[in-house]
Design a protein around this ligand. Structure first.
Ligand code: SF4
Length: 86
């Protein structure tokens, strides 16, 4: 489908739709809350619309200084639940 690039108010540039970015609930250690593109409390500089800290998209890039600790990685691996989700 066309028209995926939209003007993003307040973020200074075009954004892609949530569908195009494959925005979805986060299930691992990667989530919007630790992504360098997340704009708290509920926006993203790359993806349009309301963005939850507990979501994630294919454009995820971990922000510096947010590496999960070993226990969090293991917990997420064993339970499938993100330690970064609220
Ligand atoms: S994971 Fe995707 S939607 Fe979430 S903040 Fe990062 S780029 Fe934006």
């Amino acid at each position: 489908m066309g028209g995926v690039i939209t003007a993003g108010p307040g973020a200074g540039g075009p954004k892609v739709s949530q569908d195009v970015a494959n925005y979805r609930p986060a299930t691992g250690n990667d989530s919007c809350s630790v992504c360098k593109h997340f704009l708290p409390p509920d926006a993203c500089e790359l993806v349009d619309g309301m963005i939850s800290p507990g979501g994630v998209s294919d454009l995820f890039e971990r922000a510096a200084g947010t590496a999960p600790d070993a226990q969090s990685v293991l917990d997420a691996f064993m339970t499938g639940v993100s330690p970064n989700a609220t």
